[in-house]
Design a protein around this ligand. Structure first.
Ligand code: NAD
Length: 303
């Protein structure tokens, strides 16, 4: 089975280098017309360059179709224009990979409010802006495949990356609501947590690990998650040659009798309340209230 992107128009943000460049090259090899977005800044988001243009040249030299966009994902008007340009030239937008990102690492004690806000703006607000700019088109087409780029820092935490982690878990949250709202329009939304040797990780990975985690190894997961038969609401980890899934899970609710609904009563039941048994991964927030009602019904049924 070959997974094709023929007749699909794809936008990849931050595709002037690293992972985004790999996604753009492979989407184009598989027949997509690709918008290569990148403002071409440094790792901390400062400056500009023609990084996107160079990737377009590479795609065209290999016989593919692409256009460059040097706009910033944080500028909604620029993103609306990017989508309008793609629609005008190619008739639609079917795939969006929100990949653009920056780093401004520091311990929370040393992090300035500006660096917290800036990192959230690029990753979280930027991904929401580009998605919003595509959303109506995808609804009208009754076709959309969107990938958010999270990270192990967002899902599980990492020292010195409070801004980045908050933004990245926010993206997993954005996925969860958008996949519900987009479901009936055949819009599927997933979250990817990559591990790759790029300029973002060059001073963090030892040399051997840098080579082992070549960004091409993330491409199979990313492209599957935006393909025709993609799942929705998945959180997938990918790096080196290893691929796995992650979930936001909950256990069964513990129903405390009225007299025990005190701080001390809660403390007395903490082991049960925090037990990692009978875990389930809800498909929507309503299932949390459902679990609480289930615990109540169980107690009433037993009474
Ligand atoms: P990278 O620095 O090579 O790529 C990020 C790209 O985003 C750069 O080309 C940059 O110019 C672009 N960019 C930054 N701000 C932008 C803006 N406002 N508008 C448009 N483009 C902008 O790093 P990468 O490792 O390829 O990272 C790609 C994505 O994967 C990022 O979201 C990153 O947080 C995420 N990620 C990477 C790793 C890893 O191990 N490399 C791990 C977890 C998550």
């Amino acid at each position: 089975m070959t997974i094709s992107f023929k007749d699909k128009v794809a936008i990849v943000t931050g595709a002037g280098g690293g992972l985004g460049r790999e996604y753009a090259l492979e989407l184009a090899r598989r027949g997509a017309k690709v918008v290569v977005n990148d403002l071409g800044g440094a790792r901390d988001g400062t400056g500009h360059s023609d990084a996107a243009l160079k990737v377009v040249e590479e795609i065209e030299a290999a016989g593919g179709t692409a256009m460059s966009n040097g706009g910033s994902v944080t500028d909604y008007e620029q993103m609306e224009k990017m989508v309008a340009d793609a629609k005008q030239k190619w008739g639609g937008v079917h795939v969006l990979i929100n990949n653009a990102g920056v780093l401004r690492d520091k311990t929370f004690a040393k992090m300035s409010p500006e660096d917290f806000e800036f990192v959230l703006k690029v990753h979280l607000t930027g991904s929401a802006f580009v998605t919003k700019a595509c959303w109506e088109t995808m609804r009208e087409q009754a076709y959309g495949r969107i990938l958010m780029t999270a990270s192990s820092t967002g899902l599980f935490g990492n020292f010195g990356q409070a801004n980045y982690g908050a933004a990245k878990l926010g993206l997993a949250g954005l996925t969860k609501t958008l996949q519900l709202e987009g479901g009936k329009y055949n819009i599927k939304v997933n979250t990817l947590s990559p591990v790759a040797g790029t300029r973002m990780t060059e001073d963090l990975f030892p040399e051997q690990a840098f080579k082992l985690f070549a960004p091409e190894n993330v491409v199979p997961a990313a492209l599957y998650l935006v393909s025709e038969d993609a799942p929705t609401n998945a959180i997938v980890g990918a790096g080196g040659g290893g691929y796995h899934s992650a979930w936001v899970m909950m256990n069964d609710a513990v129903w405390l009798p009225e007299g025990e609904r005190t701080v001390e009563g809660f403390a007395a039941h903490w082991a049960e309340i925090s037990s990692q048994t009978n875990l389930v991964a809800p498909n929507s927030g309503a299932e949390q209230s459902g679990a609480i009602l289930k615990a109540m019904q169980k107690v009433m049924g037993d009474a």
